[in-house]
Design a protein. Structure first.
Length: 164
């Protein structure tokens, strides 16, 4: 176990990421495919859209963190660039559940292989010049912001538990 301040910071952020992913997985297991087709509240996103959105966002972390290409670029348009209910060409809930499993597994493998020092290096969307001025724009900060992002949508999805 690491006792350096950097190691402790990395552990705290990654623990937050995995806690939110585990909460999302638990909720996803409790929700039926039919429930995921419902809006989280009237006029808001449907569960299927949020599942697809979170899957795309997890996969988009791969190139951002320097781990490789996004394996699901075909999902970016319907789940990031297009608002919910603006396209009828969506994968099934079953397919999205499978894509989520693949996304979190692949990302988890890369996370496990990343050293403490690597977490404090720049992510791929920041220039060397900007990173020199703003060293907080690092890979660890990406993990923190994405953990918060999962938590935000988890708060929306919880309303589906009582839907029919």
């Amino acid at each position: 176990m690491t006792t350096s301040k950097e190691g402790i910071a990395v552990k705290m952020v990654l623990d937050a990421w995995y806690a939110k992913v585990n909460q999302f997985d638990k909720l996803l297991a409790e929700l039926s495919d039919e429930q995921l087709l419902n809006e989280v509240s009237p006029g808001r996103n449907r569960g299927i859209y949020l599942l697809g959105h979170l899957t795309v966002m997890a996969n988009s972390m791969l190139p951002l963190l320097g781990y490789g290409e996004n394996p699901t670029p075909h999902l970016v348009t319907p789940f990031v660039k297009t608002p919910d209910k603006q396209t009828s060409d969506l994968p099934s809930v079953t397919e999205l559940r499978q894509e989520w499993e693949k996304a979190k597994t692949l990302l988890g493998e890369h996370i496990a292989a990343t050293s403490t020092d690597e977490w404090f290096r720049k992510h791929t969307s920041v220039s060397e010049e900007d990173f020199a001025k703003e060293p907080h724009r690092n890979k660890l900060n990406v993990m923190l912001s994405r953990a918060c992002h999962v938590d935000y949508h988890l708060g929306q999805l919880i309303f589906l538990k009582n839907s029919k």
